[in-house]
Design a protein around this ligand. Sequence first.
Ligand SMILES: [Zn+2]
Ligand SMILES: [Zn+2]
Length: 280
Amino acid sequence: MLTDYHLHLRPDEDDTTFDRYFTAENVERYRAAASAVGIEELGVAEHVYRFRQSLDLWRHPLWVENAHDDLDAYCEFVRGTPLRLGVECDYVPGAEERIEALLGARDFDYVVGSVHFIGDGDAAVDHDGFDVWESDGDAEEIWRRYFEALAACARSGLYDILAHPDLVKVWGRSRPLPERDLRAFYEPAVEAIAESGIAVEVSTAGLRKPVGELYPSRQFAEMCVEAGASFALSSDAHLPEQVGFEYDRAVDFLGELGIDEICVFEQRQRSQAPLGARVG
Ligand SMILES: [Zn+2]
Ligand SMILES: [Zn+2]
């Protein structure tokens, strides 16, 4: 079995209206791309901030600018397709009850939890419009805060899958790395992963980014394995041609870690399936 659960049906750009991308034809393009590489389980996890309902959780300027669509119309559309229904929902500290209410009111198959923004302000680790590296602190501080936020995301119990777990590295060599052993930064997140049992996403998206690596790093993944974590597999595609992107590398990576099962989800119930191989 191969899965691709963290899919977006459109790019993160202006002018990507719901009506243009949430169509049977577009879903069919994703399905065709998936079956060409042997992916059986496909699910969509649109960014929560594209929906008006997200403004109950947070009024980040990026969210205010993008929150045009209706979350219930999205759920209804996806339920009319063969795709699993997911959503990528940021962890917003202090908004736990509102996140729980928003998620609990809908019949998602799974919820992908992510950390893009850190600190008290609007700064993001992966968005050059709100770049944390321009505003806040040094590498040690940014990495520490990122992984503390990731730990809180895991520990919140709100999510099934922990997205792109070391996203803070996304810019690669164009940003400084902490001087300390990176395992010291991973540690609080690994502890929270172990306590919560959340599935850790192995994402090939990092291979398309300046860092040019899978999320998570090998060291981080090894610590997760040692802590008994389960894994989910995704590409974070924003286009049909990114479905299953470089999956042979992810499959090899999991194999080298001694992982032979991946998580599958239905109605927020998790089970394990034997890890398959990419074809073609
Ligand atoms: Zn994300
Ligand atoms: Zn995503």
